[in-house]
Design a protein around this ligand. Sequence first.
Ligand code: SF4
Ligand code: SF4
Length: 133
Amino acid sequence: MGKRIIALFPSKEYRDSIIQEAVLKSGTIFNTLKVETTPTHVRIMGEIKANEDKAQEFIRILKRMGGIVKELGAMMKFDPEKCVSCGLCFSLCPTKAIICNKDFSIRYDFDECILCMNCVNNCPVNAVSYLGD
Ligand code: SF4
Ligand code: SF4
């Protein structure tokens, strides 16, 4: 399991080779999961496969190239006090980011999250939220 990040580049700063350059300079592997392009920005979601030092170097390089980089785990929040263990989010999550414990309590592992927003948009008590990027 690697470190999932979102990197946001203003369109004028972005080049197709940015990720490849950062991979070569940092000695990491990067799996791109999603790329979204708007008239003003390019938003890349992906997973860095490397130890912590190399992953941080990869992030520093992207920032030097003009990117805003956030680790995905820091963008989501789960409040177990609000959760009523209905299991809806667990059934809707496309990854293994939501774990149902033996006692039916719910646990989140945001390292596995791909920000599909199914849990955020469907939780009946707003126990999970997106903090934004
Ligand atoms: S946002 Fe999507 S992938 Fe992430 S925890 Fe919620 S349902 Fe799972
Ligand atoms: S949908 Fe909300 S209340 Fe239901 S299990 Fe998930 S976090 Fe808890």
